[in-house]
Design a protein around this ligand. Structure first.
Ligand code: GDP
Length: 337
């Protein structure tokens, strides 16, 4: 048997990283190299440098990032720009210095101008002003793409870039305020059911349109892209526009999303909209035709993905709640599911 491919997943405990690990574990001849934040601080250049110097990594997936929804981006802009710049700069530079054969950098659809023509093509990058609510994060991610392109151009590295649409799934952040809309609403509707609340408040007008991709579909896209010969990818990209979009193509109104999540919980109360909260960018649908032409397709519909994510959330929540109930801290929850 050939020597196993040593694959480093940076950020393997996050939603994207853990989906990548699940997908990579199904592949033969892969040896995963994983480090927790306590073992390796990716913001610390000396630690990253020493790790790459001794680890003989073949392939890198950069799934580590400081991420969050509209509220977190608004309240912690300094952390969002600084930590993302540090993580990606440290890992990309070390991956060049202690040569890996391939690296995948993951960005976000918020790299595109706020009013980019829809569906958003890769060529829209840097053609207009960004959405102000997440500009610092977006600027860091754009810098990550430009780092990869620059190393490829100057040093001939094979650093690839994938820009996912709004992601969700197991391992997401279900915080009531700091999260993205889909996990945030799962949390909110679940709390409403547990506490018999007559109404649930959604931020903004409910009118913005968003595209959602289940994180397991993203993981399959990442592995698909990394398995392709570089020449095949170069037919669709240029040295100055090397990134590719990945989305589900399924677009939904935030108000409709709220109704879908309410239905998943059998919640029959009222859904209210707090228009004093920001809507963010009005529409964000990616043109994923290049990834499609490379032979990748998503397989999980939004409805199925919401059902799976609700089950995942309930499994974690119920375990924690029953444990607390057993220790007399809270009352045993009455789940209606
Ligand atoms: P975005 O796609 O970068 O804007 O990120 P978000 O997932 O944070 O927000 C998407 C849309 O959902 C925005 O229009 C928000 O105003 C709206 N939204 C409605 N309720 C919530 C909520 O509870 N949490 C979040 N994060 N967004 C919400």
């Amino acid at each position: 048997m050939n020597k196993p491919e040593r694959v480093f997943v940076a950020g393997h405990r996050g939603m994207v990283g853990s989906a990548l690990v699940r997908a990579l574990r199904t592949q033969s001849n892969v040896e995963l190299v994983l480090r927790t934040r306590q073992q390796l601080d990716l913001c610390d250049n000396a630690q990253v440098e020493a790790f790459f110097a001794r680890s003989q990594i073949d392939t890198v997936f950069i799934a580590a990032a400081r991420v969050g929804g509209i509220y977190a981006n608004h309240h912690y802009p300094a952390e969002f720009i600084r930590q993302n710049l540090q993580i990606q700069t440290n890992v990309i530079h070390a991956a060049w210095k202690h040569p890996v054969s391939k690296l995948l950098f993951l960005g976000s659809s918020c790299i595109y101008p706020r009013l980019a023509p829809q569906p958003i093509s890769e060529a829209s990058l840097l053609t207009g002003p960004l959405e102000p609510t997440n500009e610092p994060y977006a600027v860091a991610k754009i810098a990550g793409i430009k780092l990869c392109e620059s190393y490829n151009r100057q040093y001939g590295t094979d650093f690839r870039c994938l820009m996912p649409t709004n992601l969700y799934g197991p391992g997401d952040n279900f915080h009531a305020e700091d999260s993205h809309v889909l996990p945030g609403l799962i949390r909110r509707f679940h709390d409403a059911v547990l506490q018999s609340q007559p109404r649930v408040v959604i931020w903004g007008s409910g009118d913005p349109l968003r595209e959602f991709l289940h994180v397991d579909d993203l993981a399959s896209a990442c592995l698909h892209l990394m398995a392709l010969p570089l020449e095949r990818i170069k037919q669709l990209t240029t040295p100055q526009c090397a990134h590719l979009n990945v989305g589900s193509g399924e677009e939904v109104r935030i108000g409709t999303l709220a109704t879908m999540i309410a239905e998943a919980f059998d919640y029959e109360g009222h859904i209210a909209f707090d228009t004093s909260q920001p809507d963010g960018t009005p529409r964000k649908l990616l043109d994923s035709s290049k990834m499609h032409s490379l032979g990748w397709r998503p397989t999980i519909t939004l409805q199925e993905g919401i059902a799976r994510t609700v089950q995942h959330y309930l499994a974690g929540h119920t375990t924690a709640a029953i444990e607390l109930a057993g220790r007399g801290f809270i009352e045993r929850p009455q789940l209606r599911l």
